[in-house]
Design a protein around this ligand. Sequence first.
Ligand code: TYD
Length: 223
Amino acid sequence: MPRGFFITFEGGEGAGKSTQIRLLAEHLRAEGREVVTTREPGGSPGAEAIRHVLLSGAAEPFGPTLEALLFAAARSDHVEQVIRPAMDRGAIVLCDRFVDSSRVYQGVTGGLEPDFMAALERVTVNGVMPDLTIMLDIDPEEGLRRAAERRGEETADRFEKETLDIHRRRREAFLEIAASEPRRCIVIDASSAAEEVAGQIAEAVSQVTSRAMAGDSEEADNV
Ligand code: TYD
């Protein structure tokens, strides 16, 4: 039975995740691979409806626990409707944000219990975890500047509008996850030019996919 490859992109606002996903997808398609690009929250019709509720701030008054449940509900639908079927076909799935965003935004800066977050994550992903997570690291000041530039006249969303200090804590939290799961995660400096970042990502992806194809049997990180 074919099994695809699941790559997630994580990082703060304005790190360039969507640009890098587009460039990596072009690169992999040119090599003849089937590539599915998707995003969270969203990626399936049901999850896109929930995305609107979350990013408009409509769920904010109900508190971080309810928001975490909505992110989880969206993720579960996305996994079952899009990611798992694509993997079963042997496709490479590139996803803009996944579980690490929940761990960081709802868990760390939302102040939710690690045990609760871990249990919610297990139920939500139902065995579908990324083979590789690319953490695009950027100074939050620069990231927010880029995000504001991209947004133009539109107002900042529910999470973008938070203080610089919160964005700094998120950056640290992403780096801590990467340090604790070095086999799944790779940190890439996102401050350089997009083409340079794309080259580093393509190199990392080619190493990891060839390792996987060679049947590397080392055990995955303990989560
Ligand atoms: P999006 O417009 O996709 O932002 P970005 O370009 O930064 O990825 O908005 C997604 C927002 O939702 C972002 O601020 C991070 C937040 N988020 C969470 O808080 N928890 C999650 O589990 C996910 C997937 C996203």
